[in-house]
Design a protein around this ligand. Structure first.
Ligand SMILES: N[C@@H](CCC(=O)N[C@@H](CS)C(=O)NCC(=O)O)C(=O)O
Length: 213
């Protein structure tokens, strides 16, 4: 069965899926959708995903959009290792953190939002950068409190969960856009431990075939 991920090296939502695929040891091909060149708006891609966003996964006969939906599909179809705990309460807590990142931090700072602020809204680059850092730092402040209460190596114990899968790309992105991550030492420590895992490291943007470094 062929498996293809439409991705871009610096796309944090695609990075989440790359981590999940790597943790589960699932082979796949990559098709690079160059966001910097607007390839996500091309007719070829929007015929497949009308939302014009990546990631998009084709797994055999089926095509899926939205990183969290893709990762939950992978988790249900290829359950080893699980990315969600069996216990319903812990499961809800892990999902809660994943959603904090994927719904409350990332969308405010997505490429099309930053481009709209600068273009249609006429904001200077410095104002756009301030916007970015504000929302990342606000979101991370709440996550840091959770990380302070963490008792294991990662956000929820000693097994990597969906919450960690979402944290790593957001941290990478925050560094790239120079948010002050030194404010969040617990998150930095967890991120460091996660990046020491070969599967997580293999998903890093600079290690992707389309990386421009
Ligand atoms: N909620 C979506 C977000 C997808 C998304 O925003 N992807 C970004 C890259 S990280 C994208 O395609 N951006 C294109 C653009 O902003 O034009 C998911 O989790 O998959």
């Amino acid at each position: 069965m062929t498996r293809t991920l439409y991705t871009y090296w610096r796309s944090s939502a695609s990075y989440r899926v790359r981590i999940a695929l790597a943790l589960k040891g699932l082979a796949y091909e990559q098709v690079a959708i160059n966001l910097a060149q607007g390839a996500q708006t091309s007719v070829g891609f929007t015929m497949m995903n009308p939302q014009g966003l990546i990631p998009y996964l084709i797994d055999g006969e089926i095509g899926l959009n939205q990183s969290l939906a893709i990762i939950e599909y992978l988790d249900e179809t290829y359950p080893d290792p699980p990315l969600l705990p069996a216990d319903p309460v812990r499961r809800a807590r892990v999902r809660g953190v994943a959603l904090q990142i994927a719904c409350d931090i990332h969308p405010l700072n997505n490429l099309r939002v930053l481009k709209y602020l600068k273009g249609e809204m006429g904001q200077a680059q410095a104002a756009v950068d301030t916007w970015y850092r504000h929302w990342v730092e606000t979101g991370f402040a709440a996550l840091e409190e959770l990380a302070e209460a963490a008792t294991g190596a990662y956000l929820f114990g000693d097994a990597v969960t969906l919450a960690d899968v979402c944290l790593v790309p957001q941290m990478w992105n925050a560094r790239r856009l120079q948010a002050d991550i030194a404010l969040f030492p617990k998150l930095v420590a967890i991120d460091t431990r996660l990046n020491a895992l070969p599967a997580v490291a293999a998903a890093r943007p600079e290690r992707q075939p389309d990386a421009v470094v």
